[in-house]
Design a protein around this ligand. Structure first.
Ligand SMILES: C[S@@+](CC[C@H](N)C(=O)[O-])C[C@H]1O[C@@H](n2cnc3c(N)ncnc32)[C@H](O)[C@@H]1O
Length: 220
């Protein structure tokens, strides 16, 4: 019987620091440069499956550090015949830069990213200067980053990264109705991740951020 995927792994343990993620090429049926959404830390991939089913012309990629989870999702996507849906291993703190060509992604979704919310685990948080810089290189001009969390402290630290000087220098502009340092109430993408569904069912608040890459750096 297949073993259950582990609940959590430490992305900074020696095993996960070795870069081994691979470049993802769009499936031939979608043409060379299809619209592309990426779910970062997708777990069982509910958001990715729903998006791929709704929009068959769009390449949807779910990236996850837990390899058993990746294998399960790949098998399910094959069984459903979803040829626009790709699941792959990546450690978002180490090797995302290997996965996509510059200016090939339209939207990154970082949804309920982080089980490490205690202060002493701060350095394991997924939103890092490496991740921001990599997304800024891989997004197309006008591309988006969508972050959501049920943990206010995590959302706030992501906001600090994007709305602060480093995020602004990379070209990120807030899409919050009130401008920078604001949250976005509604989910405009029409599909929800498993964790978002659970949070809403519990009547809890989703702390959502959206950014557009307004002015990509000259030399990716
Ligand atoms: C709480 S789950 C959220 C899953 C899904 N996005 C959702 O909203 O339902 C966070 C996921 O991110 C993954 N993750 C955490 N750190 C990661 C990293 N450095 N690289 C890749 N995935 C990571 C975890 O393994 C876990 O599956």
């Amino acid at each position: 019987m297949a073993r259950k995927p582990r609940q959590h792994v430490n992305p900074l343990s020696a095993r996960y620091l070795v870069p081994r993620a691979h470049r993802i090429e769009p499936p031939a049926a979608l043409g060379p440069d299809p619209p592309c959404d990426v779910e970062l830390g997708c777990a069982e991939g509910a958001f990715s499956f729903a998006l791929a089913e709704r929009d068959p012309e769009r390449l949807v990629v779910g990236l996850e550090i837990r390899e058993r989870m990746v294998a399960r999702n790949q098998a399910r996507a094959r069984a459903l015949g979803l040829r626009n849906l790709v699941f792959a291993y990546a450690n978002l703190q180490v090797d995302l830069h290997r996965v996509f060509a510059p200016r090939s992604v339209d939207r990154f979704h970082l949804l309920f990213p982080d089980p490490w919310f205690k202060r002493r685990h701060g350095k394991r948080r997924v939103v890092s200067p490496y991740l921001l810089g990599t997304m800024a290189r891989q997004l197309r001009a006008g591309g988006e980053v969508h972050v959501a969390s049920d943990v206010f402290e995590i959302a706030l630290s992501a906001m600090e990264a994007f709305d602060g000087p480093a995020g602004a220098a990379l070209g990120f502009e807030s899409l919050a109705p009130g401008g920078p340092w604001g949250f976005v109430r509604d989910n405009p993408y029409g599909v929800v991740s498993r964790r978002e569904a659970i949070t809403l069912r519990r009547g809890q608040r989703v702390w959502r951020l959206r950014y557009r890459l307004a002015a990509p750096p000259e030399n990716p």
